[in-house]
Design a protein around this ligand. Structure first.
Ligand code: CP
Ligand code: NVA
Length: 323
């Protein structure tokens, strides 16, 4: 397989642990600036500099999506370009055309590729053969775009994330792995409490710890939530890994309840990448309560994606000194 990244190749956005701290910091700060810079404009209105004028994002979703798909589409529009939703089920990819050949062809039509797929290996394959940037829109292993919007939200609410503790409760899934990658790069404190058999990715944990990250995994909710600034959860049944109701029983102690939120500092907030399942991973009173910032978080997907696109396509001022 050809190398996924190189100093001269396209700027892929595949996983947070593959990017430097300075790059991630630059993307988040650029997202903040772009959000502030278009206050008062209609949602479909162009950013004043329209930095991606004439550019096209080709989007392949092999799994459902509301936020990622629509926020990337609107992001391209605001940046002055366009997005094409290729509907994974109607591509020849679904009839056996290889990812390599698809990557080569799409590289001739578009300026960047967005891929949501089951197998992380598909994403790496696409990145290996594409001559344009490839962006991870979620795989079975990770969901890096989500975490960029989450950090933007946390910093809007609580200031620099480097001074905060994020606590993950529930399934040790793809979103949890991207949180571990983020802690490895951005120097905040991360605690994860997950049931036996559903622990977070051990390789990601080991790598993060070996680089000095303040990351701890436990089975104990009370231990995890001590000092929490952010309580975060996600579905107990990820796409492609659906679980029967009786398989959800071990997750019950990890449900985010008002009791858990009340055990945190008064300023602690609740986040969820969505879609949410009230009565499973979170109670309705937390999801819709005063500490929840989930709608702001969902809106921030748009602003974060814009900064990711600008970085991938080389139009922003992010320093690449750490790449
Ligand atoms: N959070 C998130 O990625 O949502 P979608 O699955 O709707 O894109
Ligand atoms: N863990 C969830 C995230 C959805 C945005 C899933 O993979 O289905």
């Amino acid at each position: 397989m050809a190398p996924v990244t190189s100093n001269t190749g396209p700027r892929h956005f595949l996983d947070l642990d593959q990017l430097g701290q300075e790059t991630l910091r630059g993307i988040i700060d650029h997202a903040k600036a772009m959000k502030a810079g278009r206050m008062g404009l209609p949602k479909g209105g162009l950013d004043s500099d329209a930095p991606l004028s004439g550019e096209v994002l080709l989007m392949i979703f092999q799994k459902s999506s509301t936020r990622t798909r629509i926020s990337f589409e609107v992001a391209m529009r605001q940046l002055g370009g366009g997005a094409s939703d290729l509907d994974g089920s109607r591509l020849q990819l679904g009839r056996g055309e290889s990812i390599a050949d698809t990557a080569r062809v799409l590289s001739a039509y578009g300026d960047a590729i967005l891929l949501r797929t089951d197998h992380h290996a598909n994403l790496l394959d696409m990145a290996s053969y594409a001559t344009i940037p490839v962006i991870n829109a979620l795989t079975d292993q990770s969901h890096p775009c989500q975490i960029m919007a989450d950090i933007l939200t946390i910093e809007e609410e609580l200031g620099p994330i480097s001074e905060r503790r994020v606590v993950w409760l529930g399934d040790g899934n793809n979103v949890a792995t991207s949180w571990i990658h983020a802690a490895q790069r951005l120097g905040f404190s991360l605690r994860l409490a997950c049931p036996v058999g559903h622990e977070p990715d051990s390789n990601a944990l080991e790598k993060a710890r070996s680089e000095g990250a303040d990351v701890m995994a436990t089975y104990d909710v009370a231990e995890a939530i001590s000092g929490a600034d952010v309580i975060y959860t996600d579905t107990w049944s990820s796409m492609g890994q659906e679980r029967e109701p009786d398989e959800l029983a071990p997750f019950a102690p990890y449900q985010v309840t008002t009791e858990i939120m009340n055990a945190c500092a008064p300023g602690a907030i609740f986040l969820h990448c969505l879609p949410a399942h009230r009565g499973e991973e979170v109670t309705a009173d937390v999801m819709d309560g005063p500490r929840s910032r989930v709608w702001q978080q969902a809106e921030n997907r748009l602003h974060a994606q814009k900064a990711i696109l600008a970085w991938c396509l080389g139009t922003n001022a992010v320093s690449d000194g750490d790449e």
